[in-house]
Design a protein around this ligand. Structure first.
Ligand SMILES: [Zn+2]
Length: 303
């Protein structure tokens, strides 16, 4: 008998937990959540995860053998401490070691983009539309831009634990300074805030991404049209780096910007211009799991 899969998705505001029967059965046995309360510090976050796991044990009557944890950053494979977390309380902390001590079970950590790619591979759109895919690249284009690589059903972490961290590749100077200390990262151009900044640079006014998109579809706001055209152009240019380097079978695009339909048409036409090939065969798909991908992917880490 296979052990049910226990996953926790550690987010900035919520910590979500799920117990999933197996990779073949995505119907969760249990799903629950708790506030992160990250402002109370690192020790408190560890305490909240422990509290959630204890609740899951009580409610399910089950005991986890291992736990998968999706995190906002990555565990450095050499130092065994967290890095690149936007929830900065975690950076520099030995999260895996501390959790294993607290919970008394082995924990497997991966960043949220890796969990997203893994969940969509096993239970989401890849399973439905490209079940034979061997290499999947998962993109999250939202407030930030991240990526994760899944090869033959497993996350590929890489030497530094940063494999797939495509959001901080250089894309274009016009993106401006990035929080990471560099300039013109993919994230500064393709993230929601990046698009809003660009629109503001032309018009002087800050609009929501939803409004920019609506204006561009109506066609009477030239700045909005220009913002979305620029998105499509740079989406293709940025994705060409992924295809030239990794040549995945499928790319799944999540996050708020991933909902913009034109990246799947005009964005792919732009990719055609930049890819080192005379055709584009890679399937570029919208995800199907929505907000559940994080916690499901965390569970899939321990399969
Ligand atoms: Zn950056």
């Amino acid at each position: 008998m296979t052990q049910p899969l226990w996953g926790i998705d550690l987010g900035g505001t919520k910590i979500e937990g799920a117990i999933v029967p197996s990779l073949d059965n995505p119907q969760p046995i249990l799903r629950t959540r708790i506030d992160t309360e990250g402002h109370k510090g690192y020790e408190h976050i560890i305490g909240q995860i422990d509290k959630l796991v204890q609740t899951m044990k009580q409610q399910s009557g089950l005991q986890p053998a291992r736990l998968g944890l999706g995190t906002p950053g990555v565990l450095d494979p050499i130092l065994q401490t967290m890095k690149n977390c936007n929830s900065t309380a975690l950076n520099g902390q030995p999260l895996k070691k501390d959790l294993e001590e607290k919970l008394g079970i082995p924990c497997v950590l991966a960043n949220d983009a890796n969990c997203f790619a893994l969940a969509e591979t096993h239970w989401g759109v890849v399973k439905q539309q490209a079940p034979d895919a061997k290499v999947v690249f998962g993109i999250i284009m939202g407030t930030g831009v991240g990526g994760g690589i899944v090869i033959n059903g497993h996350v590929w972490n890489g030497k530094h634990g940063i494999a797939g961290e495509w959001g901080h590749n250089f894309l274009d100077e016009s993106g401006g300074p990035c929080y990471c200390g560099r300039t013109g990262c993919v994230e500064t151009v393709l993230s929601g805030p990046g698009l809003q900044r660009y629109y503001k640079s032309i018009t002087g006014s800050m609009l929501s991404l939803k409004d920019i998109l609506a204006h561009s579809l109506q066609g009477n706001d030239q700045a909005a049209v220009k913002t979305i055209d620029r998105l499509n152009h740079f989406f293709g240019k940025a994705v060409s780096v992924i295809t030239n380097m990794l040549d995945p079978d499928v790319i799944v695009v999540g996050g708020g910007v991933g909902n913009i339909d034109s990246i799947y048409t005009a964005g792919v036409e732009s990719l055609h211009k930049f890819i080192f090939n005379n055709r584009v065969d890679v399937q570029i798909l919208k995800p199907s799991l929505g907000d559940s991908a994080g916690v499901f992917g965390a569970a899939a880490l321990v399969a």
